[in-house]
Design a protein around this ligand. Structure first.
Ligand code: 1CP
Length: 344
């Protein structure tokens, strides 16, 4: 039997009797111990840039639940900050950034080589984690995909329809594409440093891919992710990559090859049997359970979890939610999900 970590085996294409499991946003506000450490740090960004405390909150869900993977505690908006955007969080509302909507504003950004000045504490967190994680736990690094990061850099905040980024793309394509290129280049260097520091897998979050249609989806979601994957594979050929084009719908078909990813993460908008037939046939998949089950729990949680495990049991599968767990989730429901997956 292979001694390799279960997540790495699934990512290499192995079908396992029990899928390994981790959870998007597994370190977060649904956990009392997270809230305590965040209070100690002062605020969210201070927590992200404090390697000891960021490692601590990364480890909390591993200690509590024994997930098969830990995901580095950081945020996709740290790269824009490292590129020179102002970033702050408004309590109860979310992130705010200075906006980029013109060539002049784009010119103010720093060169990609400068990002490590800001991001070096993140690499330190990765180093601490690779020392402190249990032997069987895989360490996942991450970044936002260029389109999703651009939606925040253009609008200066989260938006329901990513309207400002679409407007810039349609009105000033050159500036929009130059911004995407800058983020793409920065993401390659950022993830490469995470891998050098000890990340064993990296994940690209394209949380807003679903608002791109037709050739825009190919040009602005798939293509930049494929560029990042190709550059990382050239430098780190053995590091598996997970891509999460949330909201891709029928466009999920063929993405393993189009992006070059070892695993495609599924949101909860696709039917699991459809995904088994159309997406998992091309490689490892992860995700699909509705995050709301972590709030409501009970028999529905158990039956939905079993349904996903069964439907994806004939190919490589990592169990996960279709999106991040929410602050109102009950930590006991997370345990129930894990017990159901592991058949305890
Ligand atoms: O108040 C708090 O403590 C902050 C809440 C929070 C947390 C816990 C934010 C603010 N970010 C994070 C951590 C985080 N973000 C992780 C850590 C690791 C883990 O999963 O445990 C990760 C992977 C992310 C990724 C992230 N940040 C994404 C992509 C995934 C997704 O959820 O779609 C996005 C879009 C962000 C931006 C962001 N950061 C925080 C918030 C509230 C948001 C969304 C803002 C919005 O669109 O309005």
């Amino acid at each position: 039997m292979s001694t390799q970590k279960t997540i790495l085996r699934a990512l290499a294409g192995e079908t396992l009797p029990t899928p390994p499991i981790w959870m998007m946003r597994q370190a977060g506000r649904y956990l009392p111990e997270y809230k305590a450490t965040r209070a100690q740090a002062g605020d969210f960004l201070s927590l992200c840039y404090n390697p000891e405390l960021a490692a601590e909150v990364t480890l909390q869900p591993i200690r509590r639940y024994g997930f098969d993977a830990a995901i580095l505690f950081a945020d996709i908006l740290l790269l824009p900050q490292a590129l020179g955007a102002d970033l702050w969080f408004v309590t109860g509302e979310g992130p705010r950034l200075s906006t980029i909507t013109s060539a002049e504003e784009l010119d103010v950004l720093k060169p990609v080589t400068a990002i490590h000045d800001t991001l070096s504490p993140i690499y330190e967190t990765v180093k601490i984690l690779s020392r402190e994680l249990p032997d069987e736990t895989t360490l996942i690094g991450f970044a936002g995909a260029p389109w999703t990061v651009a939606t925040y850099m253009v609008a200066g905040k989260g938006t329901p329809d990513q309207g400002p980024a679409h407007a810039l793309k349609d009105a000033n394509k050159d500036v929009f594409e130059a911004l995407l290129d800058r983020i793409t280049e920065g993401t390659i260097d950022y993830l490469s440093e995470q891998i050098k520091a000890g990340a064993e897998v990296v994940k690209l979050f394209d949380s807003w891919a679903g608002s791109l249609q037709g050739s825009d989806f190919l040009n602005y979601s798939v293509k930049p992710m494929a560029q990042i994957v190709a550059a990382l594979k050239a430098k780190h050929p053995t590091t598996p990559i997970i891509a999460f084009p949330r909201g891709a719908g029928e466009k999920y078909v063929g993405l393993h090859a189009a992006i070059g990813a070892d695993c495609i993460a599924l949101d909860d908008g696709v039917t699991v049997h459809w995904a088994a037939e159309k997406v998992q046939v091309n490689g490892c998949v992860q995700g699909n359970l509705k995050s709301s089950h972590m709030v409501t729990g009970g028999d529905d949680l158990v039956s939905e979890t079993r349904r996903i495990v069964d439907a994806l049991s004939n190919g490589p599968h990592i169990f996960n939610l279709g999106h991040g767990i929410t602050p109102d989730a009950d930590p006991e429901n997370v345990q129930l999900m894990i017990d159901t997956v592991r058949g305890n």
